[in-house]
Ligand binder design. Structure first.
Ligand code: F6P
Length: 324
């Protein structure tokens, strides 16, 4: 392997730039050529490449988003699209690539690897932390800090007005952001897709909370929660059944994906980038770099996509005790 490409794909996450920087600098250190691919797989199909050296990634470790841009690419789902991408890689003499992204990006990489026996390594980059084979994905820690900071601010106004706030957080189908940020921000209730305890229980808990002397409350709702109502419907439901509360809704939205990465995400990204390049040079392929017990590990991409991350039951228990 003499030339490695790096791309970011799917929803961006803080720490992607730090991972790009790490891949580029590891290549420079090992005297391997490195190419950045713009706009994920779409850029690969169109041959939107740029040679990168150690200086191309100056001053990006602290930046959110991705300097290479990102996209969710439908064309790469087709055999024709993947063939065009392969042609472009061959034309540019690229021997392998590192893809930084989530499960959709890894699925594309895995199929591409099977079709063309093309060496690939994945680095998990998503705020959702929904990838099997790693305790942390890049961006999760930063997103948690962003969410906690936002909820701290919401709490100030909630408490001044004795209000109940429903705060919707991202996470797609999983509740990792909601549960961790909920515990970190001291939420009264955390509604996650993994544990649907129903509306009755929510009302009971809010009643209890009011009775126990709490004047304001924060309820975190994961966007994928399955209670059957969205945050706005929840507001109406509670207002109707529990008129003791003055209720407001706050949907945090895409601010959760932006901002400078935390130190944890920067360090993890730097470690994963080195591991990804070294693994390719050792002849490894079709693997994802992950972290477990603070050690870097490699998991077959197929397992990373198909396995399910488990919600932390111990943390659910802690959250219940904390809302006493
Ligand atoms: O996967 C990251 C994520 O931010 C999810 O939490 C969210 O459901 C989704 O992406 C939003 O996607 P988009 O930016 O395409 O609306």
């Amino acid at each position: 392997i003499t030339k490695i490409a790096v791309l970011t794909s799917g929803g961006d996450s803080p720490g992607m730039n730090a991972a790009i920087r790490s891949v580029v600098r590891t290549c420079a250190y090992l005297k391997i050529a490195c190419v950045g691919v713009y706009r994920g797989y779409q850029g690969m199909i169109e041959g939107d490449f740029k040679d990168m050296d150690a200086r191309s990634v100056n001053n990006i470790i602290n930046k959110g988003g991705t300097i290479l841009k990102s996209a969710r690419c439908d064309d790469f789902r087709t055999a024709e699209g993947r063939k065009q991408a392969h042609d472009q890689l061959l034309k540019a003499n690229i021997d392998a690539f590192v893809v930084i992204g989530g499960d959709g990006s890894f699925t594309g990489a895995m199929i591409f690897n099977q079709e063309y026996d093309f060496p690939i390594i994945g680095i998990p980059g998503t705020i959702d932390n929904d990838i099997f084979g790693t305790t942390f994905t890049l961006g999760f820690d930063t997103a948690l800090n962003t969410v906690v900071e936002a909820i701290d601010k919401i709490r100030d106004t909630a408490s001044s007005h004795n209000r109940l706030f429903f705060v919707e957080v991202m996470g797609r189908d999983v509740g990792h952001i909601a549960l961790n940020a909920g515990v970190g921000a001291g939420a009264e209730e955390i509604l996650i897709p993994e544990e649907n305890r129903g509306l009755e229980r929510l009302l009971e808990s809010l009643k209890r909370s009011k009775k126990s002397g709490k004047s304001s409350s924060i309820v975190i709702v994961a966007e994928g929660d399955k209670i059957g109502r969205n945050v706005f419907e929840l507001k109406e439901y509670v207002e109707e059944h529990l008129p003791i509360y003055d209720v407001r809704v706050s949907v945090l939205g895409h601010m959760q994906r932006g901002g400078p990465p935390s130190c944890y995400d920067r360090v993890l990204a730097s470690r994963m980038g080195v591991k990804a390049v070294e693994s390719l040079l050792e002849g490894k392929t079709n693997l994802m770099v992950g972290v477990q017990d603070n050690k870097l590990i490699l998991t077959p991409i197929e397992k990373a996509i198909k396995g399910h991350t488990k919600i932390d039951k111990e943390l659910i228990r802690v959250s219940e005790i904390m809302t006493t």
